[in-house]
Ligand binder design. Structure first.
Ligand SMILES: [Mg+2]
Length: 222
């Protein structure tokens, strides 16, 4: 049961009326194959925030898919700075920390009266598993995309103040693209990579999301 996805939906439903106006991506590409250094340079992008599952790899994959060999090189050597924003659960977050030792993983939690930001890079983590367990047990909640706060956290970490120079890359309108638009940064919508690998419940919700986009979100309506 993909609890992380269910929680995302539950968080989004009360805001749906506002979110449907935030679904138009800046760019639409079939895959991340076209997001290379030339693309980033041409578009003046200096900081990139990446979704993982369905964007860089199949659902809960163990590495960037081999069909996108340039991505890791870009993470390592590219002139732009990169970070990962995933709505995954805590176990997958830890796994992604091992998969991406070269890129910061970001997330945030709301606790009464404040937001706690978390940053992980290799073994460096601002919070221990015990910290997070305590935080969640005492009423804290993971902040999930769509969230402008997460994008601004990414901009802070990547030291980029100009929203025009920031790009969110993802396969979901309601999480990735809406986050970018809420924060006023640019976005790329890619087709979900290997949709066959996603659990059936997620595939149904992905279909619903595309339907919401076509019915209410697409420019010019209808
Ligand atoms: Mg995704």
């Amino acid at each position: 049961m993909p609890l992380d996805h269910f929680a995302t939906l539950r968080q989004s439903i009360p805001r749906m009326r506002h979110l449907v106006s935030q679904l138009e991506p800046t760019y639409r590409l079939e895959t991340v194959a076209e997001i290379n250094e030339a693309f980033l340079e041409q578009n003046g992008i200096r900081a990139v925030l990446w979704d993982v599952d369905g964007t860089l790899m199949p659902y809960h994959g163990k590495d960037v898919d081999p069909v996108f060999p340039h991505v890791r090189a870009m993470f390592r050597d590219g002139p732009a700075r990169h970070a990962i924003l995933s709505n995954c659960d805590e176990a997958r977050f830890d796994e992604l920390g091992h998969i991406f030792p070269e890129v910061p993983l970001l997330r945030a939690y709301s606790v009464p009266r404040e937001t706690v930001f978390r940053f992980r890079l290799r073994e460096i983590d601002t919070h221990t598993p015990e910290d997070i367990e305590h935080l969640l047990a005492t009423g804290g909640k993971q902040i999930r995309k769509p969230s402008s706060e997460l994008i601004r956290h990414g901009m802070d970490v990547l030291k980029e103040t100009d929203p025009e120079a920031v790009l969110m890359v993802g396969d979901q309108y309601l999480t990735d693209i809406a986050s970018a638009n809420l924060a006023g940064v640019r976005s790329v919508k890619v087709e979900t990579f290997r949709p066959d690998t996603f659990p059936r419940t997620l595939r149904v919700s992905q279909l619903l999301e595309s339907l919401v986009y076509r019915l209410f979100g697409a420019k010019g309506g209808g």
